[in-house]
Design a protein around this ligand. Structure first.
Ligand SMILES: Cc1cc2nc3c(=O)[nH]c(=O)nc-3n(C[C@H](O)[C@H](O)[C@H](O)COP(=O)(O)OP(=O)(O)OC[C@H]3O[C@@H](n4cnc5c(N)ncnc54)[C@H](O)[C@@H]3O)c2cc1C
Length: 391
């Protein structure tokens, strides 16, 4: 892999930097409710209108048709420009859209992809159920074919932003015979369809993004199935490869930026004896280790991008980056709390949107979302290292 960026990519970075300097919204990003939806979609729309949405998406559906490396450069510059998080656009941009590009029919792509890029719709993910999380193939929300429709009954859980969503990537069981991995279907569910009830789940870390979703004789046309009926497991694996492989690139880059901010913070802040926090050897050592680890993370992400540039969807190596990133983000969140000490409980420290303590609470979710760290380690063991399958 060539570690020097080609001239065209360096020019691209300059263009991005100039545009972001003028267009990044400076208002506080809302973290909840319809205000969050409005803000996040307006920011997505601004990126589309500026020609920066879907950098590696096909041009025929409104993207730029550029490389994954250029997409990564965009994320880096977003982080350095302190641009808002992707927020409610996460599923649409990071894994539903890419899944449709890889697996959907032309009419489905033409209908959905431009709406996602233009910031007109919010997507959510209806995979997990009370009895099927890590064991995703155990989904039991059932769908019967009635005429031209699937009729859906059951329940999903942990559906982020369901109450703000227009569409859902939904996994349903269409066949109860044979292997459980067979008989699953991936369908685009219209969240406004009659029979859907969304119930938010409050959490200890503040705004309730999680929801339970109940389906009571919900009719979804068979034309909304992506792939074939009963063949949704392979489509779901595409979704997870994007979610785990490229879905968190922006956050990975954000972590590199955060470490630099924490070094500055540790220089500025003093302890009760008036010494800068960075003079505490354990803090200095943890900062140095975290900086080295974020450099390693960037190298792993670039190596992954280089591999993924040569195939239609990310490979299972994404699980290595995902585990390393999620555990590192927890260590960094704890380090931030330790640097600011008790001020971290409420201060809007160093211009970050929330108190560091809230970031720390939230970081516990990082090793669960998109498949727990144990499941990622199983994937690494079985599929990359060729170890025997666990029971
Ligand atoms: C921030 C966040 C956002 C999320 N958003 C969504 C969403 O939008 N849509 C959605 O569908 N889901 C979402 N989820 C749910 C997430 O996908 C599941 O929580 C996750 O897959 C784990 O499933 P579970 O909670 O049922 O835990 P379980 O599967 O019950 O696991 C419990 C524990 O057992 C361990 N375990 C289970 N099986 C094995 C095994 N075979 N080997 C080793 N250890 C094992 C797990 O690692 C875990 O520690 C979200 C979760 C989080 C934290």
């Amino acid at each position: 892999m060539d570690l020097y960026l080609p001239q065209e990519v360096r020019d691209f970075r300059e263009e991005v930097r100039t545009w972001l300097a003028e267009h990044v919204p400076r208002e506080q990003q809302p973290h909840d409710g319809p205000e969050m939806r409005d803000f996040d979609l307006a920011w997505q729309r601004a990126q589309y209108e500026g020609g920066w949405a879907g950098i590696n998406w096909p041009a025929e559906y409104g993207g730029r048709g550029l490389s994954l490396l250029q997409q990564m450069i965009w994320y880096e510059e977003l982080a350095w420009a302190d641009a808002p998080d992707i927020g409610v656009s996460f599923v649409g941009i990071n894994h539903a859209g890419p899944t449709l590009i890889a697996r959907a029919k032309d009419e489905q792509k033409a209908f959905h992809l431009p709406k996602i890029l233009r910031g007109e719709v919010v997507w959510c993910q209806g995979f997990s159920e009370p009895g099927a999380g890590s064991d995703l193939a155990g989904v039991s929300t059932r769908a019967e074919i009635v005429g031209e429709d699937l009729v859906i009954n059951g329940q999903k859980i942990w559906t982020s932003y369901a109450e703000l969503a227009d569409y859902q990537e939904l996994l349903v069981r269409t066949n109860r015979e044979g292997r459980k991995h067979a008989g699953i279907t991936w369908v685009v569910c219209d969240m406004k369809a009659p029979g859907i009830t969304v119930r938010p789940i409050p959490t200890m870390s503040g705004p309730a993004h999680f929801c339970e979703v109940f389906y009571d004789d919900v009719h979804i046309p068979l034309t909304s199935v992506v792939g074939d009926v009963d063949d949704g497991w392979s489509v779901a694996m595409s979704t997870l490869s994007f979610e785990r492989g490229t879905g968190f690139l922006r956050d990975q880059v954000g972590l590199v930026r955060l470490i630099d901010q924490l070094v500055e913070l540790a220089r500025d802040r003093v302890d009760r004896r008036g010494r800068p926090r960075i003079a505490d050897e354990t803090i200095a050592e943890r900062l140095a280790t975290a900086r080295a680890e974020t450099a390693a993370l960037t190298a792993m992400a670039l190596a992954d991008i280089s591999r993924n540039a040569r195939r239609p969807q990310p490979g299972v190596e994404g699980s290595m980056v995902r585990v390393f990133f999620s555990e590192l983000s927890q260590r960094v969140a704890k380090l931030a709390v330790d640097i600011v000490e008790e001020d971290g409980l409420e201060a809007r420290a160093f211009g970050l949107p929330d108190a560091f303590a809230a970031e720390w609470y939230r970081s516990f979710a990082a090793t669960i979302a998109a498949g727990s760290k144990d499941i990622q380690r199983n994937i690494i063991g079985e599929r990359l290292l060729g170890l025997p399958k666990g029971r």
